[in-house]
Design a protein around this ligand. Structure first.
Ligand SMILES: Nc1ncnc2c1ncn2[C@@H]1O[C@H](COP(=O)(O)OP(=O)(O)OP(=O)(O)O)[C@@H](O)[C@H]1O
Ligand SMILES: [Mg+2]
Length: 267
C-alpha cells in the first residue's frame, strides 16, 4: 500500500467519523447509509466490440454498509458481474465512480488501484480459480506474495495459510491438490485464499454456482461464520438459500439498481 493511499485512507476515516458525529448514524439506505464502506456513483459500463455496444450498466448508485452481508441479485445478463468487477477494481467504469472508505477509484492510477485491491478486497469466483498444480496450502500462500504490507517470511506465510485452512475446516487437506478435493472443499480453499491478506471486504460472484446442495450448505455456513468476524461480504447469487440470509438485497435489472430491500422491506 503506497503512502498516498494510506494518507487518503486516514483522511477519509477522519471525515467519516466527523460526518457521523454531526449527523448521527442513519440506518436506512435512503440517500446515505450510516457507515458505507463501498459506494458507487452513477456507474456506467458500456462494452464495445467493433460497432456493437452493450450497455451493461446504465447508472448505478449504491451504498453498502460496513460489516454487512449483502447480496446482488437479478436476471442473467443484467449487469451483476459487471458491477462486481467494477466494485472490485478489476475493470474500469465508462463513467461514474466507485469508492472504498472514501477513496475514489477514478483518482487512482492502475498501480494504486491494484494496491488498494490487494489490501482491502478478497475475491471468490464461481469456478474456484485455484492453481491446479499447487496444493491447497500453496494456493493460499500465493495470494500473500503480492501484498506489500503483508507477511514477509515464507514461515509466516505458511503459518497464516495453515490458520486459514483451519478456519475453513480443511487442515487435513493442506497438501491435497484441487483435483483431490470436492467442489465444496475447493470453494472453501478459495475462500481461505481470499482471506489471505485479511481484507475488509469479500466479493463473491456465484460462490455456490457449481456446488451440490451439501457443498452449498458447507460454503454458506462458512460465509456466515466469516461474516461474524466483521468482514463486509457482498455476493452475487441466483441461489435463494444464500440471498435469503442477506441483510441487504440489491436487485440489478437492465443495468440499473431496481430495488434495495432489507429483510424484505423496500428501502
Ligand atoms: N467483456 C465483455 N465484453 C462484452 N460484453 C460483455 C462483457 N462482459 C459482459 N458483457 C455483456 O454485458 C451484459 C451484462 O453482463 P454480466 O456478466 O454483467 O451479467 P450478469 O448479470 O452477471 O449475468 P449472469 O447472471 O448470467 O452471470 C451482458 O449483455 C453481457 O453479454
Ligand atoms: Mg454474472
Amino acid at each position: 500500500m503506497s503512502k498516498d493511499i494510506n494518507a487518503k485512507n486516514k483522511d477519509m476515516n477522519t471525515k467519516t467519523a466527523a460526518a457521523q458525529g454531526s449527523q448521527g448514524a442513519r440506518s436506512t439506505q435512503g440517500d446515505s447509509v450510516a457507515d458505507a464502506i463501498i459506494k458507487t456513483q452513477d456507474l456506467v459500463k458500456t462494452y464495445r466490440k467493433g460497432k456493437i455496444e452493450t450497455r451493461a450498466l446504465r447508472g448505478v448508485s449504491m451504498e453498502i454498509p460496513r460489516g454487512s452481508f449483502s447480496c446482488i441479485v437479478g436476471p442473467s445478463g443484467h449487469g451483476k458481474s459487471t458491477l462486481m468487477h467494477l466494485i472490485g477494481g478489476l475493470d474500469r467504469a465508462t463513467s461514474g465512480d466507485v469508492s472504498i472508505d472514501g477513496i475514489s477509484y477514478a483518482e487512482l492510477s492502475d498501480n494504486e488501484l491494484s494496491e488498494l485491491r490487494a489490501s482491502k478486497i478478497g475475491f471468490v469466483f464461481q469456478f474456484f480459480n485455484l492453481l491446479q498444480n499447487l496444493t491447497a496450502l500453496e494456493n493460499i500462500e500465493t495470494a500473500m506474495m503480492f501484498n506489500k504490507n503483508g507477511l514477509h517470511s515464507a514461515k509466516e506465510q505458511r503459518a497464516r495459510a495453515l490458520e486459514l485452512l483451519e478456519l475453513v475446516g480443511l487442515s487435513e487437506k493442506a497438501h491435497a491438490k484441487p483435483y483431490e478435493l470436492s467442489g465444496g472443499q475447493q470453494q472453501r480453499v478459495s475462500i481461505a485464499r481470499a482471506l489471505a491478506n485479511d481484507p475488509e471486504i469479500l466479493l463473491m460472484d456465484e460462490p455456490t454456482g457449481n456446488l451440490d446442495s451439501k457443498s452449498e450448505d458447507e460454503v454458506l455456513d462458512q460465509l456466515l461464520y466469516i461474516h461474524k468476524t466483521g468482514k463486509t461480504i457482498v455476493i452475487v447469487t441466483h441461489n435463494t438459500e444464500v440471498s435469503d440470509r442477506a441483510e441487504l438485497l440489491y436487485e440489478v435489472r437492465d443495468g440499473r439498481l431496481n430495488s434495495v430491500t432489507r429483510k424484505g422491506v423496500t428501502l
